[in-house]
Design a protein around this ligand. Structure first.
Ligand code: ME8
Length: 516
């Protein structure tokens, strides 16, 4: 199969603190998308990492009384550990302090400076800056309270005046509008697209892209005392990760432009306005799509250190295991909308869908096969209407899940699979194979076969969401490693009668809500 390669990224996180569940959520969702594409048979490159420069890092390190590099090293290590703990399938982990990234950032800078419009020019910036957002704001975007001014995020802004280089963003207003027009899928969800279009229609101002008041950044080539504005180097990570500035490298040729940048809703402007403008200026193709997910709250409240409700994702993994957490977020949060985490919701959701639904169906059917069919995949006879109906329903659910995943509607994909599993449980209960044992053992064998093959067909897509557990289920069905793709899930009755099966082991334990 020569399916198109697929390049997907998360945002790169600021390592000014340890990762929180918002970071974990973005990693999990992007991993599910990457794994799904691999199940489609596509060659996937999945990049995540850390965004280590900028004034926020400098200020946090100063508060902690440690060198900024030490802060970056310590927390970048935590983000890398989190990726492993969540069983991410990322192909690389980029840190913006790496040499390769300095080279890429200086190379794109030179391309922008040398572009036909001369997109980079020297001037003086005077205006408002929010350190928490690492972003500039116009006066009319701010709110005022007690003599202080605040960005839309709620972060306080400060007045900045310094000689800087500017990027001629104003020259890209029409080019960006043309890009959105020609590519209706460039920004998802749709409401976000409308917001960005009206923002750009309002006219774009040139953007200050260097800083002179600190030195924790990538030096601007040929301009002593200037480091790049952190977002210029941060966005560039997406091309560094595939080999830029070597545009002839295998990785770059195969994977750029990126198919999908997965980010949170607070950083859409950077990804759908600045980044495509930088790329156009540098003469590089623009990414295909940006999907902005929502924000997570905890027990209905915004996560904050002062509220003391910041949840440590490592603790969650230790308590519930990675697949439970992954499944919860992928099913419970409608992708693109905000979502809420609570222990109770997690336990309820995982018990209902994984333990009682999928786990129960697998365990009951496999135990019966083990006891009554000599622990071999049973031989099936003529199919009844009920058999054909459940087979057809699974086929439809797989198609619906595929359609949902084509638009990153992960919650709909998991929902379609779980609905088919519920029907399969009803089928199993309705056919009463335990009663058929005495009256019609051949029919019992057929019911058990159809159920086991249904588990196979639905466990295959579940590999994207709960990779370790789904793999264990497929192992119990003795499905060969090279027969676990979505094309194999589409195939009906692919289990081979007579195949010896191991003694079944429960894959999904019921979770208990931890004591507060
Ligand atoms: O923005 N719920 O880094 P970051 C869901 N370095 N997602 C959340 C979240 C929450 N409560 N809080 C943050 C940055 N995120 C930049 C990105 S990309 C070239 C540079 C998401 O550590 C956030 O929206 O503040 C972003 O996508 C990611 O986590 C990293 O956030």
């Amino acid at each position: 199969m020569t399916a198109k390669p697929f390049y997907v990224t998360t945002a790169i996180s600021y390592p000014n603190g340890a990762p929180h569940i918002g970071h974990a959520y973005e990693m999990i969702a992007t991993d599910a998308i990457a794994r799904w594409k691999r199940l489609e048979g596509r060659e996937v490159y999945f990049l995540t990492g850390t965004d280590e420069h900028g004034i926020k890092m400098v200020q946090t390190a100063a508060r902690e009384g440690i060198p900024v590099r030490e802060l970056a090293d310590r927390n970048a290590g935590e983000f890398r550990k989190l990726a492993a703990a969540l069983n991410l399938s990322n192909d690389d982990f980029i840190r913006t302090t790496e040499q390769r990234h300095h080279e890429a950032s200086q190379a794109i800078w030179k391309k922008m400076a040398d572009s036909h419009n001369g997109d980079i020019f020297e001037s003086t910036y005077k205006g408002w800056y929010s350190v928490r957002d690492e972003a500039y704001f116009d006066e009319d975007e701010l709110t005022e309270k007690d003599g202080k001014r605040f960005a839309p995020s709620g972060a306080e802004v400060e007045w900045v005046e310094e000689p800087t280089y500017f990027f001629r963003l104003s020259a890209y207003t029409q080019k960006l509008l043309d890009l959105y027009e020609a590519n209706p899928d460039f920004i998802a969800p749709k409401e976000r697209r409308n917001e960005i279009i009206s923002f750009v229609k309002g006219g774009l101002q040139d953007l200050s892209v260097s800083r002179t008041t600190f030195d924790w950044g990538i030096p601007v080539p040929g301009a002593e005392g200037h480091v790049m504005y952190v977002w210029v180097d941060a966005l560039t990570n997406y091309i560094t990760g595939v080999g830029y500035p070597d545009e002839q490298s295998e990785l770059f040729k195969k994977f750029w432009p990126a198919d999908l940048h997965v980010i949170g809703k607070d950083i859409i402007r950077f990804h759908t306005v600045y980044w495509p403008a930088f790329l156009m200026s540098a003469g590089l193709p623009v990414q295909h799509r940006v999907f902005a997910h929502g924000f997570l709250t905890v027990d209905g409240q915004k996560m904050s250190k002062s509220l003391g409700n910041v949840i440590d994702p490592f603790h969650l993994v230790e308590t519930f295991g990675p697949d439970a957490i992954r499944y919860f977020f992928l099913r419970e949060v409608s992708f693109g909308n905000d979502g809420d985490y609570s222990n109770e919701k997690l336990v309820n959701r995982v018990n209902a869908d994984l333990a009682n639904n999928l786990g129960n169906l697998a365990q009951r059917s496999l135990s019966m096969i083990n006891k009554n069919c000599e622990a071999q995949v049973p031989v099936f006879g003529a199919l009844t209407e009920a058999d054909n109906a459940i087979i057809a329903e699974v086929t439809e659910a797989l198609a619906a899940a595929q359609q949902a995943m084509d638009q990153q509607l992960v919650h709909e994909a998991t929902g379609a699979i779980i609905a088919a599993l519920s029907s399969a449980n009803n089928y199993f209960a309705g056919q009463e194979p335990w009663a058929l044992k005495k009256t019609d053992p051949a029919r019992m064998a057929t019911v058990l076969y159809i159920t086991a093959d249904t588990v196979r067909r639905l466990a295959i897509p579940m590999q994207a969401f709960v990779p370790a557990s789904a793999a264990r289920l497929l192992d119990q069905l003795m499905v060969p490693a090279d027969q676990r793709s979505l094309a194999d899930a589409a195939a009906v009755n692919a289990l081979v009668p007579g195949t010896e099966l191991p003694v079944p082991q429960g894959v999904f334990a019921r979770l208990e809500k931890p004591a507060e």
